[in-house]
Design a protein around this ligand. Structure first.
Ligand code: MG
Ligand code: MG
Length: 262
């Protein structure tokens, strides 16, 4: 459901268009998320547990008068998602999960500030990583930037999807089909669904004021996933490495604005 509390927002294709005041609040939420990622980048190293990362992230979010969006979301028990190696998304932080040299860890962070959500994920190397892991991270981050470049007024949603897919597949990796990006604003997940695969020139037309979370999720092997017995952790079925990069952005009259950056 989309809440529209300002009374000033308009809609296009059923999607809320945010005004300047709303965008500045989302920018604040996004900045807090970016600060968490800055801290994660420095804290990720061999020997650190994912529970320690979670505690650090929660501290930073709360010290900025924000709320960890994920905590309690459909019952999720932590403030961030930490997904290691073949784990793709929704991994639960734990004192028993200790990072080791050569791992890759995807950290997904959400912060709600004055009712507005920022959502961003990044996959970090733990010490020195394999050539395959490096290539996977480069391909997935590159796909995010390529997708963001397509997020311009009068482009269509499918232009983003097709660009992400082409970027990933041309590098020999596969895009996950079972999870996607999304609109974001008052709620973490709002319309539209933003697939990481599709056809250019299809889908809704992008409009200034749309706020979107673009998030390529990529497997080094096959894109099929499964969910662990914990009900949360999503991993590749074939055990191949996976990566996840996400920014919350705003479509404008000009270039897209990244809300989850410092
Ligand atoms: Mg996220
Ligand atoms: Mg998201």
């Amino acid at each position: 459901m989309i809440l529209n509390l300002s009374g000033q927002s308009k809609k296009a294709s059923g999607i809320v268009l945010r005004d300047a005041r709303e965008l500045s609040l989302m920018r604040e939420a996004g900045r807090i998320v970016a600060k968490v990622h800055e801290a994660m980048r420095q804290a990720v190293r061999p020997g650190v547990s994912t529970a320690e990362l979670d505690a650090l992230a929660e501290d930073i979010i709360r010290s900025h008068d924000a709320i960890p969006t994920f905590l309690g979301y459909h019952g999720f028990p932590a403030s961030i998602c930490t997904s290691i190696n073949d784990e793709l998304v929704h991994g639960i932080p734990s004192p028993e999960r200790v990072l080791k040299e050569g791992d890759i860890i995807s950290i997904d962070v959400g912060a709600t500030y004055r009712g507005w959500v920022g959502d961003s994920a990044w996959t970090y190397p733990v010490g020195a990583i394999s050539q395959e892991a490096k290539a996977l991270l480069e391909a997935t981050e590159g796909a995010l930037w390529a997708g963001i470049a397509q997020a311009r007024a009068d482009h269509r949603l499918g232009d983003i999807s097709a660009t992400i897919q082409r970027h990933v597949e041309s590098r020999g990796f596969s895009v996950i089909r079972e999870y996607s990006g999304h609109g974001v604003g008052r709620q973490m997940h709002e319309p539209p669904k933003i697939l990481n695969y599709g056809q250019a020139g299809t889908g809704i037309r992008l409009r200034p004021g749309m706020t979107l979370a673009l998030e390529p999720m990529v497997a080094a092997g096959h894109w099929l996933t499964r969910v662990d017995a914990d009900g949360w952790t999503v991993r590749t079925q074939d055990g191949s490495l996976s990566a996840h990069f996400e920014h919350t952005i705003a479509v404008t009259d000009d270039a897209p604005v990244i809300l989850t950056a410092l």
